[in-house]
Design a protein around this ligand. Structure first.
Ligand SMILES: Cc1cc2nc3c(=O)[nH]c(=O)nc-3n(C[C@H](O)[C@H](O)[C@H](O)COP(=O)(O)O)c2cc1C
Length: 224
């Protein structure tokens, strides 16, 4: 692969939240997973297990996640993701990302119902042909999450190189017990996130979502 090709993959990847029904073959999926697994990890521990959820299990999992969310049922998450409280600068980035998403959908800021309709799609893996739940052994600390993140980005880029698209789904981490129950996992498997994978629907307005990144000076400093 040339450098130009990698630069294109990095630039063109977007979180995709609507998919064509076109199936993804097992061979193709396994190829993507094996490439993702080439990611580096501390002491080569290679943390994380991806569980593909299919058929009736997927249907009942999604139905119960939506039900739990609609009823405002809260579970203790296996790990904390966002800073609490959210500092103002980060809050601004969060709001900008939400505006990009709901703007593409034409959902107004105060349209609670419109937002909820989109949010519930998280729990259906955005109807992607491939639904993955990302888990990691509870013994891992922050380093494990860092390693796993590299693998997940590898997965996104490997998928992208094959004409596939993805969206990580942190929303899944809100219901770890419910997910473990459906997947037949015990408490030692932490629920990290979901991952939707498939062929992007180019017509879907939600896939026109375009986010930006902060300026170099905000995350790069030179000392000495
Ligand atoms: C770990 C992780 C979890 C995410 N969780 C969600 C999610 O639950 N729902 C969603 O719609 N997008 C989710 N996203 C997508 C982010 O909103 C998206 O990556 C960000 O806005 C930047 O946009 P881009 O991926 O299109 O470049 C997640 C992304 C990551 C990396």
């Amino acid at each position: 692969m040339t450098h130009t090709h990698l630069a294109e993959l990095l630039t063109q990847r977007r979180s995709v939240r609507a998919f064509l029904p076109t199936p993804v073959s097992d061979v193709l999926l396994q190829d993507v997973l094996q490439q993702a697994r080439l990611a580096p990890s501390g002491a080569n521990l290679q943390p994380g297990v991806l569980v593909q959820v299919r058929g009736a299990v997927r249907e009942s999992l999604s139905a119960e996640l939506i039900e739990a969310w609609r009823h405002g049922r809260a579970e203790k998450e296996d790990y904390s993701y966002f800073p609490k409280p959210m500092p103002h600068t980060l809050r601004r980035r969060q709001v900008a990302a939400a505006q990009a998403l709901y703007g593409a959908l034409g959902v107004a800021r105060d349209d609670r119902e419109g937002r909820d309709v989109q949010f519930e799609k998280n729990f259906c893996f955005f109807h992607a042909p491939v639904a993955l739940v990302v888990t990691m052994d509870h013994g891992f600390g922050n380093g494990g999450y860092m390693d796993l993140g590299m693998m997940l980005y590898g997965l996104m880029l490997a998928a992208q190189a094959k004409g596939l698209s993805t969206c990580a789904i942190g929303a899944m981490a809100s219901f770890p017990n419910l997910i473990r129950q459906h997947l037949g996992l015990n408490a030692s498997s932490h629920i990290v996130c979901g991952m939707a994978l498939g062929y992007a629907d180019p017509q879907a307005p939600v896939n026109q979502t375009q986010t930006t990144r902060c300026e170099l000076g905000e995350y790069f400093k030179v000392v000495g």
